[in-house]
Ligand binder design. Structure first.
Ligand SMILES: [Zn+2]
Ligand SMILES: [Zn+2]
Length: 132
């Protein structure tokens, strides 16, 4: 069971099953939602993810897409799209142990910031991962 939550501790979550598609996203929307140069995500089945305790705030960031964040401290927590209704993406670094789910690749690097230099040797995809 993976456990995590926001910076202030108001929102906590648990995710079961085996996480998949761990990636670092370089799209402008993830960046702005987190206020960060890139955002690491992993995916689990929606049925195996739950918030425990206080509710996160839901925000429709684009058509068919819902992001959640802590209403107190603003930590970005999840991403859901109608395109993959069985899946939920979770911000890796909101985990209590982010090292437990290291990224496997970088996605949407077509919009990577010009001052970012990737040196981890992971595969790089200009848009999405080809299998998704
Ligand atoms: Zn918080
Ligand atoms: Zn993104």
């Amino acid at each position: 069971m993976l456990k995590g939550g926001c910076l202030c501790g108001h929102v906590r979550y648990e995710a079961g099953g085996t996480p998949f598609h761990p990636t670092v996203c370089h799209c402008s929307m993830c960046r702005r939602a987190a206020g960060a140069p890139m955002v690491a995500w992993f995916t689990v089945r929606r049925a195996q993810f739950r918030f425990v305790g206080s509710a996160a705030t839901r925000f429709a960031s684009s058509a068919g897409v819902t992001r959640t964040f802590c209403p107190r401290c603003g930590t970005s927590l999840t991403f859901e799209t109608e395109e993959f209704p069985d899946e939920i993406d979770v911000t890796t670094v909101s985990l209590d142990d982010p090292d437990a789910v290291p990224p496997a690749d970088h996605t949407r690097t077509a919009t990577q910031l010009r001052w970012v230099r990737l040196a981890d040797g992971l595969p790089v995809y200009l848009d999405r991962r080809p299998d998704k």
